[in-house]
Design a protein around this ligand. Structure first.
Ligand code: FES
Length: 503
């Protein structure tokens, strides 16, 4: 079973589910770093706010992330500069730096026990072939006044040919930060609800959000849900991927804090040290694939464990988990109002979501308070930049079209329920319909339609997370059908196992 170190080490939460109808200025869907920081900043501006989280606070991507905060971006600043221009890359570094500063100030102001600390960021190459990436990043960073030190060894036991170091980046426990901040801001004017899944948003003079037991009427809505809930054009310009992490408890070795990134293109990993009163850990993160388009999900954990054991004296892999991110077509996130309907979203963060999530909250605060934000135009939600997006846009949307073609009759993985093993899920062809069939540990069979409730793609079984994942826009569902994340509002439709002959 997967479990993130951050969620395990953070304080537990116990917010009520929404059980009546309320009216607020701003309803925020999603209680991760984007949602809770937005709630904090908007409540500070005098807005009445409600946060509606479908599971637990920081229970999604925030709690499954790296816990790293940095000005750089996962694609490197020099890529932003070559795709856009120097002014844009400079603004990206500046805006991300402001977001990291805000996190630091909030953690200090509220004395949030999230282990926030300033650490160096390293980029290294183990082979001479990749030195070009480092050289370009050195040149770009220096142009923007980011102090870069060139090295030939690291403070962790990884042999490198070249490396660079940038001081003043940061790390924390993101789940502890979000839950700690929520505790400080929860009040009559900033209401927080857990287990309150929004399954419908009615647009009109006001926006009305429905949860199972209560409704929220709001003037504005922020979809702090990664990909926005529902159907939006931006979903053709963000591409869902999963990434993996292991936390290796060390038998020996005590390494300095830092964010360590390698430049290996095929299995790019990042590492970071973590320690607490139970011991020293190294976190190894990496490996990525399109959501719902993988045959062997467990192989990523195996590879990360191999990497950890190659470099460190590992006693055991205590935690392993995976997380979702959305790559934007033109390299920058989409943040702001979707059209003129009062619904705002923030998405396409790639693997840089903790920093971009807080930046999004800063932009929302200004936009919803009628103030100018100097970065709002750069990240504007409705932008479409054909030249900068074209290559990724065409490639990824052909990929989505192929997923629909796979839905043709005769493409199921099994024809009988007996072909599904214990603890396993398979797509089974039943009377010309595709069913998502899961057999739990007790042998009970759970049947649902395999048709994703977002836009009708066929879901795929994820054997690492025991979930049904949609290959088109990244919706994910529990083995028992409920929505975990992604743009789908509704669970997979239930099917009755007893009435079927192939059982
Ligand atoms: Fe869009 Fe499934 S997420 S069709």
């Amino acid at each position: 079973m997967t479990r993130s170190l951050w969620k395990a080490k953070a304080q537990k939460t116990n917010y009520p589910a929404l059980e009546n109808d309320i009216t607020v200025d701003v309803a925020i869907v999603g209680g991760g770093i984007t949602g809770i920081t937005s709630a904090y900043l908007l409540a500070k501006e005098g807005k009445k706010v409600a946060v509606l989280e479908s599971h637990e606070l920081a229970g999604g991507t925030t709690g499954d992330s790296t816990g790293n905060l940095y000005k750089m971006v996962d694609k490197r600043l020099h890529h932003i500069q070559s795709k856009w221009d120097e002014k844009t890359a400079r603004a990206v570094a500046e805006s991300r730096g402001a977001a990291v500063d805000l996190i630091e100030n909030i953690a200090k102001e509220f004395d949030i026990k999230c282990g926030f600390k300033k650490v160096p960021w390293y980029l290294f190459s183990e082979t001479n072939k990749k030195d070009e990436t480092i050289e370009q990043e050195v040149a770009t960073a220096k142009d923007y006044g980011i102090n870069v030190e060139e090295l030939h060894e690291l403070p962790i036991p990884v042999k490198v040919s070249t490396a660079i170091k940038v001081e003043g980046q940061a790390q924390f426990n993101p789940a502890a930060f979000v839950r700690g901040l929520a505790e400080k801001i929860s009040s009559e004017n900033c209401q927080i609800y857990e287990n309150s899944n929004v399954h419908h948003i009615e647009k009109g003079e006001n926006l009305v959000l429905s949860t199972p037991k209560g409704k929220v009427t709001a003037q504005k809505v922020i979809l702090a849900t990664h990909s926005p809930k529902g159907i939006y054009g931006v979903q053709t310009a963000i591409y869902p991927f999963r990434e993996y992490a292991v936390a290796a408890k060390l038998r020996s070795g005590d390494y300095p804090d830092g964010i360590y990134w390698d430049t290996e293109a095929t299995f790019h990993t990042s590492m970071r040290a973590y320690k607490n009163d139970t011991g020293n850990y190294m976190l190894v993160l990496g490996g990525h694939h399109k959501v719902g388009q993988e045959d062997d999900y467990e192989r990523f954990f195996k590879k990360l464990e191999e990497q950890a054991r190659k470099y460190f004296d590992v006693a055991e892999i205590e935690y392993k988990w995976s997380a979702q991110h959305y790559k934007p077509a033109d390299g920058l996130p989409y943040i702001g109002e979707s059209s003129d309907d009062g619904i705002y979203y923030a998405t396409g963060f790639s693997t840089d979501g903790l920093t971009y999530g807080v930046l999004a909250a800063m932009i929302f605060r200004d936009e919803l308070s009628g103030r100018e934000n100097k970065w709002a135009d750069l990240y504007k939600a409705g932008r479409f930049t054909p030249i900068k997006s074209a290559k990724n846009y065409i490639k990824e949307n052909i990929n989505v079209a192929k997923q629909y073609l796979k839905d043709l009759p005769g493409k199921a993985e099994a024809e009988r329920f007996s072909e599904v093993g214990i603890g396993e899920g398979k797509v089974v062809e039943v009377d010309d319909e595709k069913w998502a069939v899961y057999k739990d540990e007790t042998g009970q069979v759970h049947c649902h339609s395999a048709v994703c409730t977002h836009m009708d793609c066929i879901v795929d079984w994820n054997d690492a997370e025991k979930s049904w994942d949609c290959p088109c826009h990244g919706s994910r569902f529990e083995a028992t059908g409920d929505v975990i994340e992604g743009p789908a509002f509704s669970p997979l439709d239930k099917r009755d196992v007893k009435s079927r002959k192939n059982s």
